[in-house]
Design a protein around this ligand. Structure first.
Ligand SMILES: [Zn+2]
Ligand SMILES: [Zn+2]
Length: 181
């Protein structure tokens, strides 16, 4: 289980080593990529007296994405060291402001958890989104689809004349390249 009850983290810390399932890391319904089998989280959690939780470990997984140029799917390996600091969100603050925390001297990623529940699946999901590049290309030099006939130019050399100026496939291709976030 990737959902941790913070109050049950023992004084000596808690090791969490889990294989990653798409449901546990909240990727159901995610359309921009999927999680390939075999992903793994190895982490160690330590709770401080103020109920802040320090998460350290490694995340290794492979994501399947679709190339923005040739539309073939490809795998992106994720090998990520984790060093995150979680603070309990206080519900008695009605003004909605987070507590002022003195972390300026620490170079750490700070996040919040609610109640007693820290969801490492949510953390993994965020790491995936941080890892996925804005431009999703199967390789830097991907040659994409022929704007005239739609052939994958990484695989075939079609007989079309080079780059006709006004083609519906041409504008389609620029659409694909622009939509990458
Ligand atoms: Zn490609
Ligand atoms: Zn062609």
């Amino acid at each position: 289980m990737l959902v941790i009850n913070v109050s049950r983290i023992p004084p000596e810390g808690l090791g969490v080593e889990e294989s990653l399932e798409p449901g546990e890391v909240h990727l159901e319904g995610e359309e921009s990529f999927t999680l390939a089998p075999g992903g793994r989280l190895e982490s160690r959690l330590e709770r401080a007296e103020d109920d802040s939780v320090h998460v350290r470990g490694t995340l290794s997984a492979r994501l399947r994405l679709q190339c923005g140029r040739c539309l073939e799917s490809f795998e992106l390996p994720v090998e990520q060291d984790l060093d995150l600091f979680y603070l309990r969100r206080r519900h008695d603050d009605q003004d909605g402001e987070e507590d002022e925390v003195e972390l300026s001297d620490r170079d750490m990623v700070v996040a919040y958890y609610d109640g007693d529940r820290l969801d490492l699946g949510e953390m993994v999901r965020e790491q995936f989104f941080l890892t996925v590049p804005l431009k999703r290309l199967c390789r830097e030099e991907c040659r994409g689809l022929c704007p005239a006939c739609g052939a994958n130019r990484n695989q075939v050399r079609c007989a079309c004349p080079p780059e006709p100026a006004a083609s519906p496939f041409g504008s389609l291709r620029s659409l694909f390249e622009d939509k990458d976030r």
